[in-house]
Every structure is written in structure tokens, then in C-alpha cells.
Design a protein around this ligand. Structure first.
Ligand SMILES: [Zn+2]
Length: 449
């Protein structure tokens, strides 16, 4: 049993921002929260505004190697996809462990205490399984532990390179690494992965392009037997909707609903181009929608209907997806700022709602039901955001949370506690030199590209 006591200059407790808050953590869980308290002897001081640990509900760790490189040649969709495939080709369990460790350490420094890793690079380059068929999944699990954050490994079924009016197109090239050939083989492999301490195993359906409806049904059945979350990429680009309508005569959301995938443990990722019938389906089945605004803008996807989803009581979580940047505060404010641009009006989502998306909704979306608030019984995740940096200095006490959400960035996060353990202190990761680790790991994978 490990005990730790933290004193927060200010902290978000429930709906309020309180001052001088003492948080006691025992065995990774919060056991007391007391506001207006003196600094206890031996307490670790957390300056600025302390918010709950954030959940990055949608990540592909290896995309971190693409940052910047994909912007060359005016950053077309094709420069992005070519490079993404090139990186996917070069991964092996060892270099992926190093790359993911560095990426997850960057997430820790950005105040992320849990990541939902949407994992589809399963096999050797020609599609042959590794000696340990879960070697790549285990590399990701080990990486999260080394970086000091929790992981939900969303083990992804990927069968086809696409669908057209005639049906599925077999995978080619690097896509062979992604495929388990059928849902049953996927289930056998994924069943070997176990939940433990900071690890949860969930399922994912890559997309309606990559999985047929019968196989979707099998993924949903597997997840429901395990009580695990299920995620899927949905309606990111209009072309995906068009191909789906041509083949199935239904939207991607309609196809997933028809396969029995929708439910409280389902998270639809992107949902950029939805019909109002799609939104109603998510509402009726109590699903979560995961928006990834910095990736969606980077790829030119469009703006998802967060206003309609919130109005229909659909919870929204957030993810950094392609890691064009890793900054959950930027994801959160982008959701509101995108709405402002589209609606030409201000104030659709308040700062508290945006924080809930980055915290409670995110953790629930990836299967951590007892994380995301600073309250007794919750996981001991605390994130200190500086209120005296060059970006945040001079704010009013009454606008501390608004300052954190709308003006601060990952670089303003000074201290991060995950399950009661200090992972980041005074802007330094305690066990990893993160910029060096990123430089080495990305250099190893990308070489001269
Ligand atoms: Zn994605």
C-alpha cells in the first residue's frame, strides 16, 4: 500500500474550483478531498489549477513519427497516407515499443493519464503472425507502463482494403500486416490479452470499409462477453459514406446499428459527416462520440455536429488520433472554436463541459469508469496547469478553468500524478528524457525519410 498527500493551490472539485485543496491518495485511489486546508506536513505541492487526469480516447501511437513530415508539399491527403504506410511498414515489436514509449511519455507530459490505443499493426510485413501473435500489442502495453500511464488496448479487426459496389476489396501491401484474415482468428488472438493493473483490453472495428457486417457482429459479441469497450472509425470523410451507401444502402452508423454494435460501451470515432438519423441512433443507444479536432482539421475532414450530439445527450470524448499535436486542452477548445466558426456565434460548449469531455467522458469511453473527477473513490489522477506562465499569467481567480481550457497548452502542464504516482514533476518526466526518446525512436523508424 502506498499513501501520498497532495496540496493543490486550486483544484476543480465537482462543478466548482476550490482553493487550498488537500487530496489524500491510498493505493492509487482518492480517499479524501478537503478544501480550504493548510498545507499538511510532507504533502507534495501542486501549484496553479489542478484538474483531473485527462483521457486520450483515440490514438495510433506510431503516427507520432509523421508529425511535420506530412506537411511537406502543401500537406495533401496523399503525402499523409504515403508516409503513414511507409512508417507502418517499418515497425517491429522492438522499435514500436521504443516509439510508443516516447509517444506515451509525451502524453503523460500533456496531462494524459490513460490512452485508448486503436491498434491495428498486428503481424509481420507479409501478414504472418509473430511467434507471439500479440507481440505488437504487448509492445504497446509495455510502452504505456514505462511511460507511467494506463492503456486500453483497442485491438482492431481489419479485413479489407475497402468496399465498392461489388463488395470487399482484399488487403494489399502493408495492409496485410493489419489483417487477421477472419473475425474468428482475430477473437482467438485478442482473447489471449488480459486486463491487469493499468491495462484494459477492448475491441475495435477499423471501419465499415475494412470489416463486413457479419464480422462486426462477432466483434460486438466478443466485447459483450468481456464487458469491454468497442470503438470504430465512422464517417470521417464523405467518400466513406458514399461507398457505404452504394454497397449497403445505409450510412456507416446504420450498418453498425444493423450489426448490433451500438450500445453504452460503443464509441464512434470522428462522426464528422452524420445524418440526423445517425445522431438519433447514438442517442437512443447511449453511445459515446469521440472527436479528434486537431487531426480532423489537419486532414481536412470537416467539422462534426457536436452541437446536435450534445443536444441529443450523446457524451463526447476527445482524442489526439494522428498526433499532429498532443495537447488535450487544444482538442477541447477546438471543439468549441470550430462550432463558433461554423455557427458564427459564441458559447455553445462551456469550459466545464469541455473539461468533462477530456476527463470523465474520455475515461468512460475507454473503460475506466472510476476516473476523471477529483472525488473520493476515484483513481488518483491529478494534473497541475500553471497559471503564471507567459500564456496564463494575470488571469482572474474566477476564470482559472476558462484560462486553462482556452489559453493554456500542454507546455503549461507542470505536474502529473497517475494512480497516486508522480509521473511528471516541474515539467519533467521522472524517468524518461522525452524529447531525446522521441528523437531516437522516430529516427530509428523513419531513417532518412
Ligand atoms: Zn484513427
Amino acid at each position: 500500500v502506498t499513501d501520498a498527500t497532495f496540496w493543490c493551490e486550486r483544484a476543480v472539485v465537482g462543478a466548482a474550483t476550490e482553493q487550498s485543496v488537500v487530496v489524500e491518495i491510498s493505493d492509487g485511489r482518492i480517499v479524501s478531498v478537503t478544501a480550504d486546508s493548510a498545507v499538511p506536513v510532507g504533502a507534495t505541492r501542486l501549484p496553479g489549477l489542478v484538474i483531473p487526469g485527462m483521457a486520450n480516447a483515440h490514438s495510433h501511437a506510431f503516427h507520432r513519427a509523421l508529425r511535420g513530415r506530412t506537411q511537406v508539399d502543401r500537406g495533401s491527403f496523399w503525402t499523409w497516407r504515403d508516409l503513414m504506410y511507409k512508417a507502418a511498414e517499418r515497425l517491429n515489436p522492438d522499435n514500436y515499443r521504443r516509439l510508443a514509449t516516447a509517444t506515451f511519455a509525451e502524453m503523460a507530459m500533456a496531462g494524459i493519464s490513460a490512452v485508448g490505443e486503436f491498434h491495428y499493426v498486428h503481424h509481420q510485413l507479409d501478414g504472418t503472425p509473430y511467434e507471439d501473435p500479440n507481440a505488437m500489442g504487448h509492445a504497446l502495453i509495455d510502452a504505456a507502463a514505462a511511460a507511467g500511464i494506463r492503456i486500453t488496448l483497442l485491438d482492431t479487426l481489419y479485413l479489407y482494403g475497402g468496399i465498392d459496389a461489388d463488395g470487399p476489396i482484399p488487403p494489399t501491401g502493408v495492409q496485410l500486416r493489419f489483417s487477421d484474415l477472419c473475425a474468428q482468428r482475430w477473437a482467438e488472438r485478442a482473447s489471449e490479452l488480459r486486463d491487469r493493473g493499468g491495462v484494459r483490453v477492448g475491441a475495435a472495428i477499423h471501419s465499415v470499409r475494412a470489416v463486413d457486417q457479419e464480422s462486426m457482429r462477432e466483434v460486438a459479441a466478443w466485447a459483450s462477453r468481456r464487458g469491454a469497450p468497442v470503438h470504430a472509425h465512422v464517417s470521417e470523410q464523405p467518400a466513406e459514406n458514399d461507398a457505404c451507401l452504394l454497397h449497403y444502402g445505409r450510412t456507416p452508423t446504420g450498418v453498425l446499428a444493423g450489426a448490433g454494435v451500438l450500445g453504452p460501451k460503443f464509441t464512434s470515432v470522428h462522426g464528422t459527416h452524420l445524418t440526423s438519423a445517425d445522431v438519433s441512433l447514438y442517442s437512443r443507444h447511449d453511445c459515446t462520440m469521440c472527436f479528434c479536432p486537431t487531426t480532423e482539421r489537419d486532414l481536412g475532414d470537416g467539422i462534426g455536429p457536436s452541437d446536435q450530439l450534445v443536444e441529443s445527450n450523446v457524451a463526447i470524448s476527445l482524442g489526439t488520433d494522428s498526433h499532429a499535436c498532443i495537447d488535450m486542452l487544444e482538442e477541447a477548445r477546438a471543439l468549441e472554436l470550430n462550432e463558433r466558426l461554423r455557427s458564427v456565434s459564441r458559447g455553445i460548449h462551456r469550459a466545464e463541459q469541455l473539461l468533462t469531455m477530456a476527463t470523465v467522458a474520455g475515461h468512460r469511453s475507454i473503460g475506466w469508469d472510476n476516473a476523471g473527477t477529483i472525488a473520493v473513490g476515484q483513481r488518483g489522477d491529478l494534473v497541475a496547469v500553471s497559471l503564471d506562465s507567459v500564456r496564463t499569467a494575470g488571469t482572474a481567480a474566477s476564470a482559472a478553468l476558462e484560462t486553462a481550457i482556452f489559453a493554456a497548452g500542454a507546455c503549461d502542464i507542470t505536474d502529473v500524478v497517475v494512480d497516486g504516482k508522480i509521473v511528471v514533476q516541474e515539467r519533467r518526466h521522472r524517468s524518461i528524457n522525452v524529447s531525446e526518446a522521441l528523437f531516437d525512436a522516430i529516427g530509428e523508424v523513419m531513417g532518412d525519410v
